[in-house]
Design a protein around this ligand. Structure first.
Ligand code: DHB
Length: 312
């Protein structure tokens, strides 16, 4: 009994750009955890850190419903980066920071390189623990005509612009929809990124309702997430780990402790969880931690660090 209790207490803390996380599970940015109340509920249920939905420069309604459709191994979504006005978003973020007892990652996007810098400056005044640049949204128009994260040069320009506007640690979230993710990872590291999160949703994909003979999503196409993209995410994290020194948050299809361990072994220092909440509810964070501890106990690992990059 006593031994059991000791095993349960195994330290699985990790660190990202100098910030300590009590465990490696992070709420990924997206459609779950939009309000302060839901973000705090997720923090209280055991997540090691929480990420906001991307904050944008102006109020956006986003697309009309349906914005999500389930597919056999995950889901497609095209929300259209819906967000409140910047003032309202900053108010919500302040409230979240006041109530959260874990690090808060503020996700942001801009329509131009300049706007990314301006957004970073404004959000930094509220003092989140990290900024995360969403340069990888598949559903949004910008001055570049495609996601900034699809080219090394534009990825670096956004990163540099943000780093010149803030002292906060910067995570840059990469898209898997590129022929060589290593190039993008290298570019953002050289431009000053403190960490990389990988991956954003894959695709886009499409689902057609054959009774009505029209695509289900109002935007017709949406980003694919969930277990369907896990092997792609693991490969991306593995390649990024071989290329850069900065820490990686591995995201894509993680639903169990075993999935999380696979991602850590590929080279992630922490893991993001989003779609998995739909399958296991918000208890997924504490359950995955428990599953990681059990695996470490049965396989003889004493520190989380021993798992990170182990597959290389
Ligand atoms: C949306 C944004 C994303 O970053 C993504 O991966 C999928 C969808 C959106 O808001 O539409």
């Amino acid at each position: 009994m006593k031994e059991n209790k000791l095993k349960k207490m195994k330290d699985i803390s990790t660190s990202l750009a100098g910030v300590k996380l009590r465990n490696p599970t992070i709420l990924a940015s997206g459609i779950l955890g939009i309000t302060t109340a839901s973000l705090i509920r997720i923090a209280n249920s055991g997540a090691g850190a929480i990420t906001t939905k991307s904050i944008g420069p102006v109020k956006r309604e986003g697309y009309v419903n349906p914005v999500i459709v389930e597919v056999p191994c995950g889901m497609l979504n095209a929300v259209g980066l819906a967000c409140p006005s910047l003032d309202d978003s900053l108010g919500g973020l302040k409230d979240t920071l006041r109530k959260a007892d874990v690090p808060v990652i503020a996700s942001l996007y801009g329509r131009t390189v300049k706007e990314f810098g301006e957004m970073a400056e404004k959000i930094s005044e509220v003092k989140p623990d990290f900024l995360e640049a969403n340069i990888s949204c598949p559903n949004i128009e910008n001055e570049f005509g495609k996601p900034f994260g699809t080219e090394p040069e534009t990825s670096a320009r956004v990163t540099e612009g943000i780093k010149n506007s803030t002292k906060l640690p910067l995570i840059v979230k990469l898209t898997p929809n590129v022929s060589d993710i290593k190039e993008i990872a290298k570019a953002v590291e050289s431009a000053g990124a403190d960490a990389i999160s990988a991956i954003n949703s894959y695709g886009p994909g499409m689902v057609i309702n054959i009774e009505t003979a029209i695509p289900v999503l109002s935007n017709k196409v949406g980003g694919l997430s969930g277990p369907a993209i896990k092997p792609i995410a693991v490969r991306c994290v593995y390649e990024i780990h071989e290329t850069v020194e900065i820490p990686i948050i591995g995201i894509g299809g993680i639903q169990t402790g075993r999935d999380a361990i696979e991602m850590l072994m590929a080279g992630a220092a922490a893991v993001g969880i989003g779609t998995g909440i739909m399958k296991r509810d918000i208890k997924i964070f504490s359950e995955i931690c428990e599953e990681i501890r059990n695996f470490m106990n049965s396989e003889g690992y004493s520190k989380l660090n021993e798992l990170i990059g182990k597959a290389h």
